[in-house]
Design a protein around this ligand. Sequence first.
Ligand SMILES: Cc1ncc(COP(=O)(O)O)c(C=O)c1O
Length: 188
Amino acid sequence: MTRKYNFSAGPAALPDEVLQQAQRDLCDWQGKGLSIMEMSHRSDEFVSVAQQAEQDLRELMSIPDHYKVLFLQGGASSQFAMLPMNLLRGKQTADYINTGIWSKKAIAEASRYCTVNLAASTAADDFRRAPAPNEIQLSPEAAYLHYTSNETIGGVEFNYIPIVALCLWSSICHRIFSLLPWMSAVLE
Ligand SMILES: Cc1ncc(COP(=O)(O)O)c(C=O)c1O
């Protein structure tokens, strides 16, 4: 078989050795006679896999100890609702930057929980660019600013992190490891 490479914005190519190890482990995890998905999530084996995954992530991304790492179900879309539910904290307004399809989905969901202040939008340019920093108009009432650092469908990417005094939220799941220098500056 000739292996193909997927260069799209979502799932990407993995090294052969990684796939082969996953294939082996799927039927028999480290000689236990069953897969990790069939074991109790409280077993020593599963707990050690989860701990190792967190440790590896912390090392790869240089995540400081005073930050928690949460592995959550529901994909990025569930965060469109989780974000206002968790970060409004009594406030009624949130800032959103609209750069295309994913921003619109985030805005539609947040509108169910709060007043969305459109801090910037590039709709007039058919979402072909990200706004410049001086186009962003933050609301003093806002609990946080949400922006989509990479609109993976429209192909629009921010080449900077908007600076806000309060709280910044961005969907970066598809490019998380390409942002390491920025991440370490933000996490300090
Ligand atoms: C920027 C962005 N936000 C949100 C999503 C939605 O992610 P999920 O499919 O995990 O809900 C995607 C998925 O491709 C995305 O690229």
